[in-house]
Design a protein around this ligand. Structure first.
Ligand SMILES: O=C(CO)[C@@H](O)[C@H](O)COP(=O)(O)O
Ligand SMILES: [Fe+2]
Length: 224
């Protein structure tokens, strides 16, 4: 699988969101990562389905929705209709994660399950046959600009080993939180395929293309 770089618009300039999305699009973003927070599941609030709809009007790139909310099922239809390509749901946010994933698939979107740093991989193993992606949080969710939790590299590695053992199960491994030029190589080497990066990319809009290219080549090299 090829490496994918996914800018997280949480770190974009909210008053210039269209400018920043267009800049990241032209700079070679593979997919956009949209964090949706409800102020309950995480101690912060961010984007709603109308932002997905707005994003859809300015870019043709896939839109990944990272749902950090209680009762995510209630919003799946709305975000898919707004233009979501993949809906990522936290295993910790719903009592019936298998049903939530089936719900996403029923609307024709790709499905992903997210695991917090403290959640064991065992929790999501039964989803392997039906899931398109597993997102390993490498910070506690809620805010951009946090420091990568070093122990998560081993977790990614264990997930990659489990994936290889279950050869029939095809899912991509994604990482989110504290991904930058110092941390991406270890994630790629451990088996990650898709790399979310927020503050590192949007902190330097002029250098955005160099940063996206730089992250991509670090990841590609680490995978060889
Ligand atoms: O889901 C989240 C935070 O909860 C992320 O998607 C952040 O937006 C990543 O930002 P950086 O850690 O790369 O600054
Ligand atoms: Fe995220």
């Amino acid at each position: 699988m090829t490496v994918k770089i996914a800018p997280s618009i949480l770190s974009a300039d909210i008053m210039n969101l269209e400018r920043d999305v267009r800049a990241a699009d032209q700079a070679g973003a593979d997919v956009f990562h949209i964090d949706m927070m409800d102020g309950n599941f995480v101690p912060n609030m961010s984007f709603s389905p109308n932002v997905v709809e707005g994003m859809r009007r300015v870019t043709d790139k896939p839109l990944d929705i990272h749902m950090m909310m209680e009762n995510p099922d209630a919003y799946v239809k709305q975000v898919v209709e707004a233009g979501a390509s993949t809906v990522l749901i936290h295993a910790e946010s719903t009592q019936h994660i298998y049903r939530s994933i089936e719900l996403v698939k029923s609307y024709g979107a790709k499905s992903g399950v997210v695991v917090n740093p403290g959640t064991p991989l065992e929790t999501v193993k039964e989803l392997f046959p039906i899931i398109d992606r597993i997102l390993v949080m490498t910070v506690n969710p809620g805010f951009g600009g946090q420091k990568f939790i070093p122990g998560m590299t081993k977790k990614i590695q264990r997930l990659d080993q489990l994936r290889q053992t279950a050869a029939d199960d095809n899912f991509d491994i994604e990482v989110d939180g504290g991904v930058n030029d110092e941390t991406i190589a270890q994630c790629a080497k451990a088996g990650a395929d898709i790399f979310v990066s927020g503050s590192y990319l949007f902190d330097d809009l002029g250098g955005l293309k160099d940063r996206i290219d730089g992250l991509r080549s670090l990841a590609v090299d680490a995978k060889q």
